[in-house]
Design a protein around this ligand. Structure first.
Ligand SMILES: [Zn+2]
Length: 165
């Protein structure tokens, strides 16, 4: 039986511009993930190290869906330092393998959202590990029309020029 699933459910109301804290601040008192990192809110942890934690998502559209979160309050992907990004994604790969083995899922998505238009719900960087099963009701869809090479080359050049070391 197919189940309808929602990948994102806010744990707290989306912050307004006044409550979004600086990307460099270590902790935000209004942020649910900072509260969990500080041990002030309950969570079911699957991974803990000095920089990163993983916990069971409150919603389980498929069994064993997990959230990976840096302890430091960084708002989005764009605010991760190289060092934290490395630690974060190394931990994520280990937990993704564990989710695969624990759930027996034949497929798995990593979902990460930035900005309101990117469907970010909690404005503390995080990533969803979503085990996938046959007929699980989850869909990730976009236009798959193949574009002309000249168009792709133009976009590639624009992005290459924007990359910073
Ligand atoms: Zn936070």
């Amino acid at each position: 039986m197919a189940r309808r699933a929602v990948l994102h459910r806010p744990l707290a109301p989306p912050p307004d511009s006044a409550s979004i804290c600086s990307a460099t601040r270590i902790m935000n008192d209004d942020c649910i993930f900072c509260q969990i990192a500080a041990g002030k809110e309950r969570a079911s942890f699957v991974w803990e190290d000095p920089h990163v934690f993983g916990m069971m998502s409150l919603e389980q559209p498929t069994p064993c869906k997990v959230l990976m979160i840096p302890r430091q309050h960084v708002e989005s992907l764009f605010d991760l330092s190289d060092d934290l990004a490395a630690k974060f994604f190394q931990a994520t790969v280990k937990v993704a393998r564990a989710v695969r083995d624990a759930s027996g899922c034949p497929g798995l998505n990593i979902v990460q959202s930035n900005g309101k238009l990117g469907q970010q719900d909690v404005f503390h960087f995080h990533l969803h590990i979503v085990p996938r099963f046959k007929d699980d009701g989850i869909t990730l869809r976009w236009d798959n029309t193949v574009q002309e090479r000249s168009h792709l080359d133009g976009l590639a050049q624009k992005i290459r020029s924007a990359v910073k070391p």
